[in-house]
Design a protein around this ligand. Structure first.
Ligand SMILES: Cc1ncc(COP(=O)(O)O)c(C=O)c1O
Length: 397
């Protein structure tokens, strides 16, 4: 039996694969300092758990409206009004089984053969793969660490062709931790308006911002932009609810309607109980989020300071999300037991085998110069992990 060619275009999620490898090492009794996880350590908020338990007890366990229950849509609409000053109707919201599913629906609703979609690199691993599944072509927009991975508008302009259909933005960014300034977003918006491009704005890390950085959605920077933007968000990161699988999109009604139709022929509604849990979380106020971000900030400083004390590593301070993105070019080319470590992948393997430190190599994010470390681990694990790395690096020739 021949598989469809689209299956040959894509690779399985490397981050989920790595997390699985680490879990199996741990199950075998090995101690691993695990920096691969794309999720906070906190338990989901009580408000979410209580709402889910009540939903089960009340028998709220049947199919719901495909695109989400009104109660959740209203909580999402309220969030957009409160946090971004944006106004949406229920018909402009689709709730899906996680933001990854939201993005997948979006790719299927929008893209086809011949379409080009611009993705700033480094990028989240699933964007190019989802575009490829939809038979379209990802076009990478290079950014540089020395410019905080900001988008250079003239580079962006040069990549726009008649086939360009959309640009995907992710601010705060996984994996770089960088955020786009309002000025940059205004520049992107004016190009998007001029060339009639849709902007897909993945704002899943919107709440995880540090120091004096502020999240700004491109949908808000120009009166016409809300009609040209689909915002993607969800409860996974903000409320440590990765397993509940609730993500959502907001944007122009025809696009959201098409996404809903696609979803109606695949998963139908997201889990009824999880939707109720998301309502509970979203109505729960800011205490949970503020605690999470405060803790993350402490871990962010610890890991970045630690990395910058290790010879051969340079680590910029991330403005948002929860990933450190150390530049490891100073270590590439060194040898361990006669083997040259020439790529981030080689180095990540060396760290896993020799330091029992697990991280994600840069290649699937579109960089040959970095590793990604999630700093959702506790401070003692971060400190011990850094120490293990330092010792392992000292053994390199
Ligand atoms: C940038 C980005 N977008 C979307 C997602 C998907 O989140 P979920 O499907 O858990 O809602 C992730 C998860 O790692 C992410 O990092």
């Amino acid at each position: 039996m021949n598989l469809a060619t689209r299956t040959t275009r894509i690779t399985p999620s490397p981050t989920l694969q790595l997390s699985a490898t680490v879990k199996s090492l741990v199950a075998q009794g090995q101690q691993v300092f695990n920096f691969t996880a794309g999720e906070p350590w906190l338990d989901s908020p009580d408000e979410a758990k209580d709402a889910a338990i009540s939903a089960i007890q009340a028998g709220f366990t049947k199919y719901t409206a495909v695109t989400g229950i009104d109660e959740l849509k209203d909580a999402i609409i309220e969030k957009f009004t409160r946090d971004q000053g944006l106004t949406y109707s229920r018909a402009q919201i689709v709730v899906s089984c996680g933001a990854k599913h939201t993005l997948f629906n979006l790719a299927l609703a929008l893209f086809e053969t011949g379409d080009e979609v611009i993705i700033p690199a480094p990028y989240w691993v699933s964007y190019p793969e989802q575009i490829l599944v939809a038979d379209a072509t990802p076009v990478f927009l290079p950014t540089s660490e020395s410019e905080n991975f900001a988008i250079d508008l003239s580079t962006l302009k040069n990549l726009i062709t008649e086939r360009t259909k959309a640009i995907i933005l992710n601010s705060p960014c996984n994996p770089t931790g960088s955020m786009y300034t309002r000025k940059t977003l205004e520049g992107i918006a004016s190009l998007a308006i001029q060339h009639n491009l849709l902007v897909i704005s993945d704002e899943i890390y919107e709440q995880m911002v540090y120091d004096d950085h502020h999240h700004c959605s491109i949908a808000t920077v120009h009166p016409d932009m809300a009609q040209q933007t689909v915002i993607v968000n969800g409860v996974s990161k903000t409320y440590s609810m990765t397993g509940w699988r609730i993500g959502y999109a907001a944007g122009p009604e025809p696009i959201l309607k098409a996404m809903g139709n696609i979803q109606s022929q695949s998963t139908s509604n997201p889990t009824s109980i999880a939707q109720k849990a998301a309502v509970g979380a979203m109505q729960g106020g800011r205490t949970y989020i503020d605690h999470l971000v405060k803790e993350l900030d402490i871990r962010r400083r610890a890991i970045v300071t630690g990395f910058n004390q290790i010879e051969g590593i340079h680590c910029p301070m991330p403005a948002g999300a929860f990933y450190a993105f150390p530049n490891i070019t100073g270590l590439l080319g060194r040898r361990y037991q006669g083997q040259v470590l020439s790529t981030p992948f080689d180095l990540a393997n060396f760290f896993l085998n020799e330091a029992k430190v697990a991280c994600v190599p840069g290649e699937p994010f579109g960089t040959n110069a970095h590793l990604r470390f999630s700093y959702t681990e506790s401070l003692p694990v971060i400190e011990e992990g850094l120490q293990q790395l330092t010792q392992a690096i000292a053994r390199l020739e």
